[in-house]
Design a protein around this ligand. Structure first.
Ligand code: TPP
Ligand code: MG
Length: 149
């Protein structure tokens, strides 16, 4: 389950689907904040499948309250947040168009405290494809609600 932002471009280009309808990317209206409620819904529809959302920090924070929904529904999900402390895609688009961008930076919460507050497991991911792969594998098996950052 992809959110909307710079990460979406990477998912669309590089994620290898192994079956139809197994990678959902919001197009058209491209609603920011789609991924967390989306992956909770995916887990409700397919409770036995491993489901994961990847999103940016702006989109994740837009619907952060659904961390409580996931806890209440006992969702088995993994959520990876790509943190750049900005609306990255918009900054990039504005730079391409105008050579500069407006004030698109913001601060984030302490992810550890956020995860703890909502009863989630949190895991900082080291840089590199191998580390990311291992972290996703480990957390999707071990943790019921994992927040990877
Ligand atoms: C409801 C809504 N508001 C605004 C937008 C426009 N928009 C598209 S991407 C984006 C920024 C996304 O930032 P983030 O989630 O941090 O992802 P990043 O690009 O930094 O990876 C915004 C504001 C949108 N798609 N949907
Ligand atoms: Mg961002």
């Amino acid at each position: 389950m992809s959110a909307v932002g710079a990460h979406r471009m990477w998912i669309a280009r590089y994620y290898r689907c192994h079956g139809p309808n197994t990678c959902l990317i919001p197009n058209g209206f491209c609603s920011l904040g789609f991924a967390l409620p989306g992956v909770i819904a995916a887990n409700l529809v397919f409770p036995k499948r491993k489901v994961m959302a990847i999103g940016g920090d702006a989109g994740f924070m837009m619907n952060v309250q659904n961390m409580e929904t996931a806890r209440r529904l006992n969702s088995d999900i993994t959520v990876m947040v790509w943190e750049d402390n900005a609306c990255g895609l918009i900054a990039r688009k504005q730079e391409n168009e105008f050579g500069r961008h407006t004030d698109l930076a913001f601060g984030n919460p302490d992810w550890m405290q956020l995860a703890q507050a909502f009863g989630w497991h949190r895991h900082p991911v080291a840089v590199g494809a191998h580390a990311v792969r291992e972290s996703v594998r480990y957390n999707s098996i071990r943790a019921q609600r994992a927040l990877l950052q």
